[in-house]
Design a binder for this molecule. Sequence first.
Ligand code: NI
Length: 136
Amino acid sequence: MSELKRFGVSLEGNLLEEFDRHIRQMEYPTRSKAIADLIRKDLVQKQWRAGKDVAGAILFIYDHHKKQLLEHLIDIQHNFHRLIISTQHVHLDEDHCLEIVVVKGKPASVEKLANLLRSTKGVEHCSLTFTAKRVK
Ligand code: NI
């Protein structure tokens, strides 16, 4: 981490009150940490738009009784093997499997993989999250 720098921020009173309520709910220890996260969120969106490599995770849940579904999900992942760093499979309960697929690559490819998994019949939920750190 680089050296910490201080800077002043001026905000309307109402906006600051609302922000303070928000960061309490989000369990942020300080305003600085909350503001840093907001900045990173904006920067990762910029990286996304610029098409730079990003790292992230695709998390999805599906019904494990559908045997062909599992095969289909594995086929999709094999088609994107260059993008996938690791996968974790969790037997969530009697009916559901949860998978976390860690990815690194171009935003468009990562999004395509997430969209293919999400749109597969039997996948009940699928989310895609990125880190703000630029990867090489
Ligand atoms: Ni399972």
